[in-house]
Design a protein around this ligand. Structure first.
Ligand code: ZN
Length: 205
């Protein structure tokens, strides 16, 4: 159901993520559930380091997205699908980091597997570094509704670990609250940064 967070809480969190270089060149999009039937999402092309409440658009969870200006982010359909798939999701964050972009391009598989990192415990449900966690990867496309359909298909066959990658594109992560969604973004991004650093030191990338 609705997160207790305000839009100001989301704006602060997005500003912090953007300051970490996770949302350059107006990339990424960010949303907050308002109630069972509505969410607020960033409009297209806004600087994520300096958002105001005027940079958000109200969208319906269970109805077609608006196509009149100002339009929501092009990827609003993915946020919408996540809110439909799980009514406990209160916040969805989508970042465009170097590590997510590079590692998802290099991975030949449908997931990045992380094992042995203490940071895996940042992801809800993971209590030990000994329990591996796989971050799913979807192929990139400009057909966002089709990507949302593939997400829903995979959601039915496996529980997603509060995040997934789009190849050559970026990370989606979510949580019951803004704080939890941000923890998931920062946890996944830290894990990917570790993996990228290891590959560089090993001379494999
Ligand atoms: Zn994107």
């Amino acid at each position: 159901m609705a997160a207790a967070d305000t839009l100001d809480t989301l704006i602060q969190a997005v500003g912090a993520l953007a300051a970490q270089g996770l949302s350059p060149a107006t990339g990424g999009n960010f949303s907050l559930r308002e109630d069972a039937d509505h969410f607020l999402i960033t409009a297209s092309g806004r600087d994520k380091r300096a958002l105001t409440t005027d940079d958000f658009i109200r969208a319906a969870v269970h109805a077609p997205l608006s196509t009149t200006a100002p339009t929501p982010s092009a990827e609003a359909a993915l946020h919408q699908r996540l809110y439909r798939l799980d009514p406990t999701i209160g916040c969805v964050l989508h970042t465009h980091s170097v590590a997510a972009t590079v590692l998802s391009r290099l991975a030949p598989t449908e997931a990045l597997l992380f094992e042995g990192y203490e940071m895996q415990k940042a992801i809800r449900g993971h209590t030990t570094h000994e329990q591996g966690v796989a971050l799913p990867i979807f192929e990139n496309t400009q057909d966002i509704p089709a990507l949302a359909d593939r997400l829903a298909e995979r959601w039915e066959s496996a529980v997603l670990p509060h995040g997934f990658l789009v190849r050559g594109h970026g990370l989606y992560a979510w949580g019951a609250s803004v704080a939890e969604a941000r923890r998931h973004v920062e946890g996944w991004e830290f894990l990917m940064q570790c993996r990228l650093t290891e590959r560089l030191l090993e001379g494999r990338a």
